[in-house]
Design a protein around this ligand. Structure first.
Ligand SMILES: Nc1nc2c(ncn2[C@@H]2O[C@H](COP(=O)(O)OP(=O)(O)OP(=O)(O)O)[C@@H](O)[C@H]2O)c(=O)[nH]1
Length: 302
């Protein structure tokens, strides 16, 4: 990129194209957070969700982990403590078109009035929530139309659909932009539509790895089924308050069940394998076969 061209002069298309090629090279590379990137002041929400480029999509593979909540790499969330906003806590939902931001905002808003006009920057839901016995007024922006660089919020939720790999890549791009323009704003990465198991394209594991890379939380939800949306709202409110995202007295490990929450299937397998030795030792083979021969599978033994 020529250095003598001011950023402001670059067109939105150029910015978007450069951003895409820089953040998502065709050969996957791990990008360090310290690597400088140009600020995309012109990038608006519409551009942020603009989706006309071909992304490199690897095979998604099966979802290898039932984990849906992942702690950040370190336990201390990035929270803007200085210059805290006095008014309601502002929580922004960002992501590609169709990932379920409005559905999520509706789930968050409950029965509140969605037409509540917030300010000249946008429109959102406003409501009061009680989290950890403390009441907070919150505003949820689900339709941010201004420049991302002027977005002011206490917490940002980046939403992708687990059934759409491109929307996942888009969140990576948005995270880079947000980290540049507002590095202190806590971010939660959210994989929505977890109910659509058969059409899943992004595994929990890779989403968690991506979240860990950016030192942010990852939560998997289904906005339609209202699955895990209350937990997400609580995490967002705590982060917006400048607190750790998990309930007081709990740790990241508690939230994740020690890092791995075992599925019913694997628990059942473990239980069954504890009943029948899979690989009997050599000296036990005879005993094992004699035991087996008495089973109803070997009728000759009767
Ligand atoms: N199966 C399933 N469908 C969902 C879920 N969340 C949203 N949808 C559907 O996905 C479609 C898009 O949802 P929206 O909430 O409009 O998505 P959006 O991100 O606000 O889209 P834009 O307003 O275009 O940016 C709708 O048909 C929703 O019903 C979910 O958790 N599971």
């Amino acid at each position: 990129m020529p250095t003598d061209v001011p950023q402001e002069k670059l067109s939105i298309e150029e910015n978007a194209t450069q951003c895409d090629s820089m953040t998502l090279p065709s050969t996957p590379t791990v990008r360090r957070g310290s690597t400088p990137l140009p600020i995309k002041h012109q990038l608006r929400r519409e551009e942020a969700v603009h989706d006309d480029c071909e992304w490199t999509s690897g095979a998604a593979g099966p979802s290898v982990s039932p984990l849906s909540f992942s702690p950040a790499l370190d336990d201390t969330p990035t929270v803007a403590v200085e210059g805290r906003h006095d008014g309601p806590l502002r929580i922004a939902l960002l992501g590609q078109n169709g990932v379920g931001k409005s559905s999520l905002a509706l789930a968050f808003a409950g029965d509140m009035d969605r037409t509540a006009s917030v300010d000249s920057d946008g429109e959102g839901y406003i409501r009061t929530v009680t989290v950890d016995d403390e009441e907070s007024a919150i505003i949820i922006y689900d339709n941010w139309r201004q420049d991302l660089s002027v977005l002011q919020c206490e917490a940002c939720i980046l939403v992708f659909s687990v059934t759409d790999r491109r929307s996942f890549h888009r969140t990576a791009q948005l995270r880079l932009l947000l980290r540049e323009t507002q590095p202190q704003t806590p971010i939660i990465l959210v994989g929505n539509k977890s109910d659509l198991v058969r059409t899943r394209e992004v595994t929990s594991q890779e989403a968690m790895s991506s979240a860990a890379l950016f030192n942010c939380l990852y939560l998997e939800i289904s906005a339609s089924l209202d699955h895990r949306t209350p937990e997400l709202l609580e995490c967002a409110v705590r982060l917006a308050r400048g607190q750790p995202p998990w309930p007081p007295g709990t740790s990241a490990e508690d939230m994740c069940g020690g890092g791995q929450r075992e599925s019913i299937t694997s628990r059942a397998k473990r239980f069954l394998s504890s009943l029948v030795p899979r690989y009997p030792r050599e000296r036990d083979v005879g005993k094992f076969l004699r035991q087996k021969s008495r089973s109803c599978h070997d009728l000759g033994a009767l």
